[in-house]
Ligand binder design. Sequence first.
Ligand SMILES: Nc1nc2c(c(=O)[nH]1)N[C@H]1C(S)=C(S)[C@@H](COP(=O)(O)OP(=O)(O)OC[C@H]3O[C@@H](n4cnc5c(=O)[nH]c(N)nc54)[C@H](O)[C@@H]3O)O[C@H]1N2
Ligand SMILES: Nc1nc2c(c(=O)[nH]1)N[C@H]1C(S)=C(S)[C@@H](COP(=O)(O)OP(=O)(O)OC[C@H]3O[C@@H](n4cnc5c(=O)[nH]c(N)nc54)[C@H](O)[C@@H]3O)O[C@H]1N2
Ligand code: SF4
Ligand SMILES: [Mo]
Length: 708
Amino acid sequence: MDGETRILKSVCRSCHGGCGALLHVRDGRLVKIEGDRDSPLSHGRLCPIGTVTVDLVNHPDRLKHPLRRVGPRGAGEWQRITWNQALDEIAERLLEIRSQHGPEAIALGTGTGRHHIRWVSRFGHALGTPNWCEPGFAQCFHPRVNTCLLTFGDFPVCDYTGDTPPACMLFWGHNPIHSGPDGETRFAVREALEHNPKLIVVDPRRTELAARADVWLQVRPGADDALALAMLHVVIGEQLYDERFVRECTHGFDALADAVAACTPEWAAPITWVPAEKIRAAARLFGRTRPGMLEWGCAIEHTPKCIQTVRAVSMLPVLTGNVDVPGGWVFGGRGIGRFPSLIENLTLEVSAKRLGADRFKLLGGEGADLPAAHIPTLLQAMREGKPYPVKAFLVFGNNTLSTYANAKLVRESLMKLDYMVCADLFMTPTAELADIVLPAAAWPELDQIVGLPTVAANVVLAQQKAVQVGECKPDEEIFVELARRMKLAVGTESVKEVLDAQLASGGLGLDFAALAREGFKEAPLAYRRYERSGFRTPTGKIELYSTRLEQLGYPPVPFYEEPPESPLSAPDVARDFPLVLTTGGRIPFYFNSEHRQLANLRRAYRDPRAEIHPDTAARFGIANGDWMRIETRRGGIRQRARVTDGIDPRVINVEHGWWFPDEPGPEYGIWKANANVLTDNAPPYDPAMGTYQLRALLCRVAKAEASG
Ligand SMILES: Nc1nc2c(c(=O)[nH]1)N[C@H]1C(S)=C(S)[C@@H](COP(=O)(O)OP(=O)(O)OC[C@H]3O[C@@H](n4cnc5c(=O)[nH]c(N)nc54)[C@H](O)[C@@H]3O)O[C@H]1N2
Ligand SMILES: Nc1nc2c(c(=O)[nH]1)N[C@H]1C(S)=C(S)[C@@H](COP(=O)(O)OP(=O)(O)OC[C@H]3O[C@@H](n4cnc5c(=O)[nH]c(N)nc54)[C@H](O)[C@@H]3O)O[C@H]1N2
Ligand code: SF4
Ligand SMILES: [Mo]
């Protein structure tokens, strides 16, 4: 009715998502958002990004209808077309490329934790290609997930929804106060902090958490493995471990004890830049204060030794018996059910063609939970046609030029494609390289089920369509329509049918319409399930010595290895690039490369900032707020100097995700401040996961002449 306001319960997905949201709709328009106090996860709170959802949805620059390129690729000349024209053309071109070059010549890309992420690989599997990718996959969360599935048989998360708060919290390469990382985690962390637990923070920067920590370990970027091994050395050497839990529930304790025998805090100090007594203090505090939680983040997944670092860090809660106990690490209940990934549609022969699968078995092969292609190998296939040509790339929700390592080489690779499609909310420097651009629906414009893997492991929520904007379509629907037009044998069911089937297999006893009415449903959380059923690993125990990794051909026990471009491993490079670079620490106003269009957020946080110590700044004549040039062997960018003694004089931290939608297209300033001009996608990679170098690199700085 005209003028009447409807309020719909939904779930914010402006980041990975999870915060309960009430969407106010009047005359078919989103007019207000507020936090849903009934939400079991966020209790009515929203972060700055969630708060401006109305501006996001109604932004004048939203893509509102499909576009076809008319000029040369990347020239920024576009013509409006209808959905029918766009979908018919895409279907036809994909069928053509598939029949000429094989289905594996079509690759799909997406972004982190999107509502539609699993639909991207599903559509790929339906059309017969094993090549889909996501820039965080080898570097974000999945290394932790895949490693834990192999060595714990499940993925442990922090117990925030139970009755027992943690007595000790260890934050490792993770700043959830800013990052979430599954939105509502930031609020759960704050609630846990109200109980005044002991705090240990491993971070090269003095974050808000580090500032209030009992022990702050200011680690050299990329030296986390040495630090974790030294802490394990102390926990074992000083018998701070839970003897019963270790004996009954773990496999390979003696092998681990042997591996860390030489890793004394004195050995680790010069490697990690953390004094030995601090390493001891942290290990003792974590060993003696129960229950303890580990909150870990993507910082340990941004170097090529990611899996061994993840393994080493994960053993701290294990040895101290903080697994599957109230207030510790728990295994969430599952209510969301199995997503029909259609992976069974790929024959073994086709799966074996997944780029990188032969080498990186935890990313793309038999050790992977949801196998994905290796990005540097995929880009090489685009550029050089080796090991076989990749001709088409369909990007559903990723700003490839911004978030893939070595952005200049990424552009060169994309320019070699025969056919590129981009679905996004806004025109981006990446979408400008496409043949067809599709207007995607934002989260308040679609139905989905939300069952996040961290805090919300035992909660399933409904995201509901509140409004329609222009001709925007949910990504899920685009896939269904393409599958139908291509006359694929599978993947043609409606979105509603898939959501209902997924809920049915989760066993909560309700379909999507019922979930949407109720808002959310909690599955019961049980502790110490292992006492009845053991762990789902070959030995039935948590594998400190991993039999599965050994079987896959990877080292079964963690060890220390220098990052490839560090002052210790590459002293020749360090002569010209003497500072250690880390990138990407999250800021609360933007999600990766997004939201720079939103005036309210830009007012709060106008420019990119790079952190530098006052001594280093003085050495190069840089003052707080100056534009500073940061260079690596790959290239140079500018960010504004944030001069702070919260960072080591030898370290520089740059923000990632920056481009400037307010500057002229088709580049929108993508080369000015983009952290990934600095990063590297060349080998070496993590041998199991294919991870490349986003952090722990070498750089130099200088004062920049003008803002540019
Ligand atoms: N507001 C907001 N929220 C986000 C995102 C966003 O862009 N904005 N991004 C989302 C995504 S994709 C992810 S993966 C998560 C990431 O969120 P987190 O996992 O919290 O990761 P970061 O904030 O990138 O880095 C965490 C901390 O690691 C530190 N660090 C840097 N290098 C190293 C190192 O070598 N070792 C150690 N131990 N620490 C290091 C940084 O200083 C930073 O404080 O956040 C998600 N949530
Ligand atoms: N140097 C450096 N690089 C990094 C990182 C770092 O720390 N340092 N972090 C890495 C990590 S952990 C990650 S996860 C990746 C993140 O990489 P991505 O998750 O791919 O993030 P973006 O590249 O910002 O792409 C998101 C795009 O999706 C669009 N979008 C938003 N919602 C929708 C939707 O519903 N549908 C569609 N079709 N589009 C939508 C947005 O407008 C935006 O253009 O970046 C990685 N890159
Ligand atoms: S934390 Fe994420 S889910 Fe929560 S309000 Fe912010 S953007 Fe939305
Ligand atoms: Mo990520």
